[in-house]
Design a binder for this molecule. Structure first.
Ligand code: ADP
Length: 401
């Protein structure tokens, strides 16, 4: 009977689960034996469950019955499927993606009720994610009574940033009380750091800008594998234009909305987190594929805004790193949108990136010409593997102590 561990990433209407075997906590990233994704969870949506093996072959693809459209129900459906398939694997731990670790959690930690309480107190800082992440932990605690649960934080990767990049220019008392730049997507960045070290070991020791461009989008300047500066800050709202989030805006807009438009804090939160970004600008969709397929001028304008923000933040992060050796694209848009990568790289020629248009269009990993002063790459993010590795390390440390 093999010992296995599960990773769980619970979002607002989806859960991603992956099963890893015999993870030793070191070396290259582990590969999941299978990974499953349930989408459309919650009231009124068509819930679906898909499972793929390590080669990407579909093992299961079907609608979830009415009784199984909650996060808990979808997890149960997945575990039932696993029990029928597996040759008796024992799940010895569950690792979770938790978006916000606040000031106190700067490394993965085993979860107990006290930890859960502290993490719940951070929910207002990441309202789109943290409540769902924690619901996932509670569902796994119920499903796996007594099995260790390990929380891995998106903020932790950035805890090593220079102090100057961790601060807002606000009175010190507020910084000391936790009003500071945290940064997010850390598990995704760790995955890219590990993969880039395999793909281009020398460059990975240099200055790298990673553009994680998905529904949620951020960029990070990384030197010798460590975060130096990143575009998200106090919450995952800051920085780039996103699917439904506004990215960076003047804080005085919030005051205007409340004072002159009479909006409540809840209404402003909904506007900035759920109704802005690509969706708000285009009035068409939050989804890049749909915008690229749309003939509406506002859709093109939204794409233009997104791309321009990426280009401008290249400059800002190049400043933070005092130069750049490589750029890496990742995330759903970064991995798949040929047009967006081409547009951004063409506008980064001043930075030393000479795009190889054919390579970019033909699915190559390296996107720049052989003579290009700096190189650009595309890598597929694998945060599940990072969570599995952290979880194995936490358990290993616990058995040694
Ligand atoms: P999340 O932040 O929710 O994890 P993803 O990283 O899955 O998001 O990215 C979702 C985004 O990727 C969507 O805007 C989607 O349209 C975009 N995307 C996926 N495939 C393509 C594609 N082939 N071309 C352009 N955009 C794509």
């Amino acid at each position: 009977m093999a010992d296995s561990l599960l990773t769980l990433n619970a979002g607002s209407s989806s859960i991603k689960v992956a099963l890893f075997e015999a993870v030793d906590g070191g070396g290259a990233l582990p590969v999941a034996r299978w990974s499953g994704q349930a989408d459309g969870l919650g009231a009124g949506l068509k819930a679906r469950l898909r499972v793929r093996d390590a080669q990407g072959r579909t093992l299961l693809d079907g609608a979830l019955g009415d009784a199984r459209t909650s996060h808990q129900g979808a997890l149960a459906a997945l575990l039932d499927w696993h029990a029928k398939q597996a040759d008796g694997d024992r799940i010895t731990a569950v690792g979770h993606r938790i978006v916000h670790g606040g000031v106190n959690f700067v490394a993965p930690v085993r979860v107990d009720e006290a930890v859960l309480g502290e993490l719940a107190a951070l929910e207002p800082l990441a309202p789109l994610h943290q409540p769902h992440n924690l619901a996932g932990v509670r569902a796994a605690m119920k499903a796996f009574d007594g099995v260790p649960q390990v929380a891995c934080f998106d903020t932790a990767f950035h805890a090593v940033e220079p102090e100057v990049n961790r601060r807002f220019a606000l009175p010190r008392e507020l910084h000391d009380a936790g009003v500071r730049r945290y940064g997010f997507h850390g598990l995704f960045y760790e995955s890219i750091v590990s993969q880039f070290a395999q793909a281009a070991p020398e460059l990975a020791q240099g200055r790298v800008i990673v553009a994680h461009l998905g529904n949620g989008a951020s960029m990070c300047g990384i030197a010798q594998g460590r975060s130096v500066a990143t575009t998200m800050s106090f919450s995952p709202l800051d920085g780039l234009t996103m699917g439904t989030r506004c990215g960076h805006i003047d804080a005085a807009v919030v005051l205007y909305l409340m004072r002159s438009r009479g909006m409540s804090a809840d209404q402003v939160e909904t506007l900035l987190f759920r109704e802005s970004g690509l969706l708000g600008m285009s009035g068409v969709s939050s989804d890049m594929r749909e915008l690229e397929a749309s003939a509406a001028p506002a859709a093109a304008e939204a794409i233009e805004h997104f791309a321009e923000q990426v280009v401008q933040h290249m400059g800002s992060l190049a400043g933070a790193l005092r130069g750049v050796d490589a750029i890496v694209f990742t995330g759903g848009i970064g991995e798949n949108s040929v047009a967006l990568r081409e547009r951004v790289l063409a506008d980064c020629e001043w930075l030393g990136a000479n795009v190889d248009v054919a390579a970019n269009r033909n699915g190559a990993t390296r996107l720049t010409t052989a003579e290009s002063p700096i190189s650009a790459w595309v890598l597929k993010t694998d945060e599940e593997a990072v969570i599995a590795r952290h979880t194995a390390r936490v358990l290993h440390a616990a058995t040694k102590n």
